[in-house]
Design a protein around this ligand. Structure first.
Ligand code: ATP
Length: 440
């Protein structure tokens, strides 16, 4: 029987096994920040690389970008973020704690101490900072609250350098910052987060087709990255709830243990961004077709949170079962994103010839597949459990038969499958291909 993860179990595993730690933990933390440890970093990099491969390198209509986090403050005035990127805030008159008004059950009573809540006001979520040595208003800048604008402001640069034909898109992965009133639910609502975003430019009359293509592509991504699609729901946002720039938005919601909430968004942003930047900057961001027609392209924006992807991938992978007479916890990551693809063990660590042979197998694998691990601690059963818990799809044991004790089995190893626990003898020479095939 499989069991779903609770947040407590997942957070404990993430910390214990080196995936995700509380930010600045030894100083008591900093709310809304988390640090990715060695395995979390590997998992996250694998996710980002897969995304880049699928949506940028894997296509010929996409242009990759890496724009600066700090942008001219006028960008955020133009987009409406300075005036309107805000959540409703209420403060308790008794304990002084602050809450997001739309996230508490009763807008009159403090959810923590029961005290009376003050009146609601809009709290801007942009994190501001000062750039340069001048302490005047011209030095105010913001840590970008989304990566999207780095692409819009470079639209003309990319068009001038590459002369792409419509439709084409720009893709970017990077950090964004939001001063969330109540960061919560582990890496779900962060103040420092990472996004993978696409701005896909189309002729105005083509938006519906492109929207549908991206809806399907996002579904394919969910499968490729190993998110349980039976827990994902597409929610068409009602017209009255749409952001001011959007004509249609679908939220991809995931069933987290704390409720069904947004994982990704897909928005039709019309020509709002290019149009507003053209007006505000006086630089014409329209597109000229080969026949000389000039117009403002419209935009479809698929937006993916990296941290929410990590969370959904870990929650989808988390499983508990009985194996070999004992309970175990394992992460059934798709091998593509697993932080460790294979672990190599010598059957015993006090037999130099076994260790030498296992090292040889390990080095040969590592040269081809860098994400492999060496483990010679404790007995093989314990090593299996440890690797299961971090989601390693394959365990490779080098034993006396590998050395030729049984001549028929010379240069074969035991390959153990994480999900079934099954073991089979495999020639060392086939290992690299087996693992490479699984991560393709
Ligand atoms: P929410 O309604 O949950 O606040 P949002 O609608 O403001 O999210 P978008 O502005 O559409 O989110 O951001 C695009 C994506 O960035 C989201 O789908 C999500 O994956 C991610 N994201 C947004 N805010 C956060 C956050 N505070 N922490 C982690 N990821 C976030």
């Amino acid at each position: 029987m499989e069991h779903q993860a609770t947040m407590e179990k997942l957070i404990a595993l993430a910390k214990r096994r080196g995936f995700i730690y509380q930010g600045s933990e030894i100083y008591g933390g900093l709310a809304g920040t988390y640090d990715y440890g060695p395995l979390g970093t590997a998992l996250k990099n694998n996710i980002k690389n897969l995304w880049w491969k699928m949506f940028v390198d894997g296509r010929d209509d996409m242009y990759g970008m890496d724009a600066a986090v700090l942008m001219n403050g006028r960008v955020w005035e133009t987009t409406g973020h300075v005036a309107g990127f805000a959540d409703p805030l209420v403060e308790c008159t008794k304990c002084k704690k602050r809450f997001r008004a739309d996230q508490i059950p009763d807008r009159t009573k403090c959810p923590e101490c029961g005290g009376a809540l003050g009146s609601e006001r809009q709290f801007n979520m942009m994190l501001s900072t000062r750039v340069g040595a001048m302490e005047d208003s011209s030095s105010v800048s913001y840590l970008r609250p989304e990566t999207a604008q780095g692409m819009f402001v470079n639209f003309k640069n990319v068009v001038d350098s590459f002369h792409p034909k419509l439709p084409f898109g720009m893709g970017q992965v990077g950090k964004a910052f939001r001063n969330e009133i109540t960061p919560r639910d582990f890496i779900f609502r962060l103040r420092e987060l990472e996004q993978m975003e696409i701005e896909y430019f189309v002729r105005p009359e083509d938006w519906e087709r492109a929207f549908e293509e991206w809806r399907v592509a996002m579904g394919e991504w969910l499968k490729a990255v190993g998110i349980d699609t039976s827990r994902v729901h597409e929610v068409d946002i009602a017209p009255e709830d749409l952001a001011h720039y959007s004509k249609r938005t679908i939220d991809f919601e995931f069933e987290y243990p704390f409720g069904q909430k947004e994982l990704y968004g897909l928005a039709y942003r019309t020509d709002f961004d290019l149009g507003s930047h053209t007006k505000a900057s006086s630089v014409d961001l329209s597109y000229i077709e080969e026949d000389g027609t000039r117009f403002m392209p419209h935009v479809i924006e698929p937006s993916f949170g990296v941290d929410r992807t990590v969370l959904a991938v870990m929650l989808s992978a988390y499983a508990e079962d009985e194996l070999g007479g004992g309970g175990r916890t394992y992460l059934k990551f798709h091998p593509r994103v697993a932080p460790v693809k294979a672990a190599v063990f010598p059957l015993m660590k006090n037999k130099p010839e076994l260790v030498a042979k296992a090292r040889e197998v390990y080095q040969a694998l590592k040269a081809e597949i860098p994400q492999v691990m060496w483990d010679d601690n404790g007995n093989v059963g314990k090593r299996y459990r440890r690797q299961d818990e971090i989601g390693t799809p394959f365990c490779i044991t080098v034993d006396f038969d590998t050395l030729g004790e049984n001549a028929d089995l010379k240069d074969t190893i035991t390959l153990r499958d994480r999900d079934t626990g099954e073991q089979r003898r495999v020639p060392v020479s086939e290992l690299i291909e087996i693992i490479k095939k699984s991560i393709r």
